[in-house]
Design a protein around this ligand. Structure first.
Ligand code: FAD
Length: 414
């Protein structure tokens, strides 16, 4: 395997890598994916948004997802519900401002990512499993990549272009010193899977449920139902919130959930049968999203926050944009990565950013729990929650910050 010459090397076979590799392969390019792990493997990020169905369809991966949905207990999803101290507010994604898919799935990422990767292979892309990208010399053209196999032997690959889809691995940001601290404070997330045994008929399994802590408005829980009586549940808070709590992560999580009245009732019969896990300090940013022979996709670029379940959608959007620019570049056309990739990608990320900031300072909660609401405005917000953060016809995309401020003010007055 010494010194293979490849057009495009993709680092990582998660959603960003699979979509990018499928799209570029379909356009006739020679693509190689290098994936450190063997799938199926665990990943967090289980609630998808309808917008991402469009990118799966573009990459010819959507049929495979539908086909395997029942077998892997993918839960049909049509919206998001928010709960705080006895108040309830839900958004149905089918009643949204933007065109496009109005439903999606909640998935366990181990089988979901595996399906995407297997389908990508079936389309003709080679994925090297268990090999890790460890170095890049990108001053040369083609770039020279150093890869380590499972016996710690290294070999090199020459690539015209590298797409970094390594997620929280953040391979190129680390190797090329592109890391930049995020503007968001460091938060910690503690989560597990449960057999939920929910008997409340009012509980809607087709929606993610986001519960705001009854006391601390910047602490929140996700409850993501799957189709076989199980849920993913997690809490997100500043690291200080966990100080002085039980050292054992399972007991720590169970205590925090038992302390939240609405979840305590809803999950009274739940069985906690899976070890809890913790992730901390995941918000990240980069100084640049591309260079002469590379681009950063998905979480290898910027990651904001999990509250609006936007991660996989942003990852697939980045793959779709990058595949288009790279295809034209490799066919000899003049391309502008800043104007055609970084700026359009960041535009949607900035929409989510405005909503994430408004979530943590309370403006967004004032909006969603307000009693009087216009249908039109709710449809526009529903669109953002469904992932349509790039639809500039939506005033809440075009002018997010200003619109949120005005609406929050109105909601507080009413
Ligand atoms: P990944 O899915 O992480 O894939 C990257 C792949 O690269 C991995 O398989 C890894 O093994 C491989 N890799 C890494 N390093 C190397 C290397 N050196 N060489 C070769 N391969 C390598 N998103 C949602 O859409 N919905 C949610 O509900 C949601 N909830 C979240 C909750 C929390 C607490 C957090 C932290 C995130 C959440 N996210 C959610 C975000 C989501 O996890 C990510 O945005 C998404 O997985 C990013 O996909 P990706 O393809 O960029 O990377």
């Amino acid at each position: 395997e010494l010194d293979r010459q490849i057009d495009i090397v993709v680092i990582g076979a998660g959603p960003a890598g699979a979509v990018a590799a499928s799209l570029l392969n379909a356009k006739g390019h020679n693509v190689l994916v290098i994936e450190r792990q063997h799938f199926p493997r665990f990943s967090i990020g289980e609630s998808l948004l309808p917008q991402c169905m469009e990118f799966l369809a573009q990459a010819n991966l959507l049929d495979a997802v539908h086909r395997h949905a029942d077998q892997h207990h993918f839960q049909h999803k049509n919206g998001a519900a928010f709960v705080h101290a006895g108040r309830y507010s839900e958004f149905d994604f089918r009643q949204k401002f933007s065109d496009g898919h109005g439903t999606t799935y909640q998935v366990q990422r181990a089988p979901f990512d595996h399906i995407l990767a297997q389908e990508t292979e079936r389309q003709g892309v080679e994925i090297i499993w268990g090999h890790t990208l460890v170095n890049i010399d990108q001053d040369t053209s083609p770039a020279r990549l150093t890869v380590e196999d499972e016996h710690h032997q290294t070999y090199t690959i020459s690539a015209q272009f590298v797409l970094d889809a390594s997620g929280f691995g953040r391979v190129l940001p680390r190797l090329l010193q592109l890391d930049r601290p995020s503007n968001f404070p460091s938060r910690t997330s503690l989560f597990t899977h449960i057999e939920d045994n929910i008997s409340d008929d009012g509980f809607d399994r087709e929606k993610i449920r986001v519960t705001v802590h009854y006391q601390h408005k910047d602490v929140w829980f996700w409850l993501i139902p799957f189709a076989h009586g199980r849920c993913s549940i997690g809490v997100v808070a500043r690291s200080e919130f966990f100080d002085g709590r039980d050292e054992d992560l399972n007991r720590r999580l169970a205590d925090i959930i038992a302390d939240e009245p609405s979840l305590k009732t809803l999950l009274a019969n739940a069985r906690f049968d899976t070890p809890a896990r913790e992730i901390t300090g995941y918000a990240s940013d980069v100084s640049q999203l591309w260079g002469p022979n590379f681009a950063l996709l998905g979480n290898a670029g910027e990651f904001l926050d999990p509250v609006f379940s936007s991660g996989v959608t942003i990852a697939m959007k980045s793959a779709s944009l990058a595949a288009d620019v790279l295809d034209r570049q490799l066919r000899g056309q003049a391309v502008d990565w800043e104007a055609e990739y970084a700026q359009p990608l960041r535009a949607g990320v900035d929409t989510f950013r405005a909503f994430v900031e408004a979530w943590y300072d309370g403006r967004f909660q004032d909006i969603i729990f307000a009693s009087q609401q216009s249908k039109e405005v709710r449809a526009m917000i529903s669109s953002i929650l469904a992932g349509y953060a790039w639809d500039t016809n939506n005033p809440y995309v075009k002018d997010s910050e200003h619109r949120i401020n005005v609406l929050a003010e109105l909601c507080r007055l009413s």
